[in-house]
Design a protein around this ligand. Sequence first.
Ligand code: PBG
Length: 325
Amino acid sequence: MNQSFSRHRRLRSSATLRTMVRENHLHLEDLVYPIFVVEGENIKNAIQSMPGVFQLSLDQLKIEMDEVAALGIPSVLLFGIPNEKDECGTGAFHDHGIVQEATRVIKEQYPHIVVIADTCLCEYTSHGHCGVIEGGKVLNDPSLKLLADTAVSQAKAGADIIAPSNMMDGFVAAIRAGLDEAGFEDIPIMSYAVKYASSFYGPFREAAESTPQFGDRKTYQMDPANRMEGLREANSDVQEGADFLIVKPGMPYLDIVRDIKNNFHLPVVVYNVSGEYSMVKAAAQNGWIDEKNIVMEMLTGMKRAGADLIITYHAKDAARWLKEK
Ligand code: PBG
């Protein structure tokens, strides 16, 4: 018979055949699990808007890490919530700050797990902004020194990767110089290169207690409507010495992920952020969606868009589901 159309269904006819022609796969090695650490003892505070996510004190962190290690998740990303905040975020660059101490705990317990330290000031500043404030403005250049100091103290504590999320201009160059000067030229920078001023960070700010006390982050994080700006941001970070490029949030920005993948030659990291997680959890708890299938589809979609790594609060569940397969 003369055929005037293509038979795409030929390659979909059985489960085995579909597996054979599958183009993208989610692997355990792709996953980075974010963890919130707090000062104190025996603390496991549930984050209301993020079911299954907790603020953990160091003793609880150890238990969490047993689970992470048993699941084979290769890497964690640490966010710290200090007991005391001040104007310039001293807790961020204190050698015995909470992230520094958590890093030591993990590296002693599981040396092979890659510890990524979030390098920002907003969890540590009384005003909740990611830089130094003067006259109601977030100052760029004076913030750089504090960020470099933070990165160096994190590296000293044993962090394997520095992940600056503050969106000041020149932060990669400043942190690279700081690390190099301190003898940490081998510590990579995973830069939040393309970070949008997103409402999807809402639940994170509950978890990290980092809501800005005035204004918003729109003078340093990007306008969600912009695409070219993302390329400019990534370009600067590459030139300044970034080793990985993060795009954040994930789901509504997968076009940007593909742009970054196509235009640069560094590993691309997608941050599947708190709001994305909360939406899935809420719908799943209502029985409206199939959580496992939705999560695996989302994460595979991120791989297809160009992600080499995915930072996700679903990491432990995804690791379990990958094992079941
Ligand atoms: C800190 C930081 C934020 C997130 C990661 N690092 C919050 C923000 O920029 O307000 C958000 C992560 C998430 O929503 O899961 N600057």
